[in-house]
Design a protein around this ligand. Sequence first.
Ligand SMILES: [Zn+2]
Length: 373
Amino acid sequence: MARWARPALSAFRPWGPAGWRSLYTEVTDVLGEGHQGPSPGRTDMVATSLWGVKKAPCAVELAVLNSGITGGRRPISFSASASSIFGSGGNSKKEKLLLQDIAELIQARACQRVVVMVGAGISTPSGIPDFRSPRSGLYSNLQQYDLPYPEAIFELTFFSHNPKPFFTLAKELYLRSYRPNVIHYFLRLLHDKGLLLRLYTQNIDGLERVSGIPASKLVEAHGSFASATCTVCRRPFPGKDIWADVTVDRIPRCPVCTGVVKPDIVFFGEALPQRFLMHVVDFPMADLLLILGTSLEVEPFASLSEAVQSSVPRLLINRDLVGPFAWRPRSRDVVQLGDVVHGVERLVELLGWTEELQDLIQQETEKLNRRDR
Ligand SMILES: [Zn+2]
């Protein structure tokens, strides 16, 4: 039996002002002029490393980041109805919120800057196994490659020595053409109604895009197959360029320097995508945080759940009670435990969106049928 040794993770890549400037342009595009964005001077504190680090260390850094970078800390001005529900303005009445209350807040548009965080639990209903789980069937398909441990597939050193297992996994994902499920389409509906501020996903299956949510509303924290980069000359390529090779088990090569072209999936120790830094603007602005299908174990993603203001309701729909919901609950937390699909369907029902969601799913399914024909 192989010993599953988790690789040591180190890279905390500092961010220079240049990185911020380009991100800042994007942020101001989204928010409009006059928004006080993050200060470029503080960006060297940003920790953007990845995957598999369990819990805490980044919590502190993110707290520093959120108090530091947001600087002036503009208070969020809630609508009158939201203020009364949130109990701001000295109202000390702290009633426990229920799922019904969250639905009412959304219906009343007292919450209209919803930030969503999702993980593998929203993709398993689409038939996609959790990549990081050594028990998932995916890894057993890769035994022929003698992976020293499952996570090696997402390690740069292993990849540079043998990129085959990773591309086998990529091919599997591509050929099976997985489809979004009711959870993805619920998020799409949230966007269609103008309520989605941003969707932060840890998934690399791209189903959020397939569901029709525009890339501008997404932060794919662990990267995606939508783009690729030459590992030698760093030349960027559209993600679709690799599939002709990958589907016939050929390693995609750069036409300029013949280096291996790697999809922009974030490997262990690699920096998170630049867009991840949007969290410093998004989370303080959020008026509702939805967390769906994630164990909140991977940093720095996990600590984001604490980056919304303390008066902001947080709704966790997940199989288990996880992360800060377990060890540092807040008075405005709502927890819907059990099957994630059922939890989301329950919320949709309380919102009165069931029929609308069914129509959307039907319409999008027909579109995908035409695509796959
Ligand atoms: Zn190249």
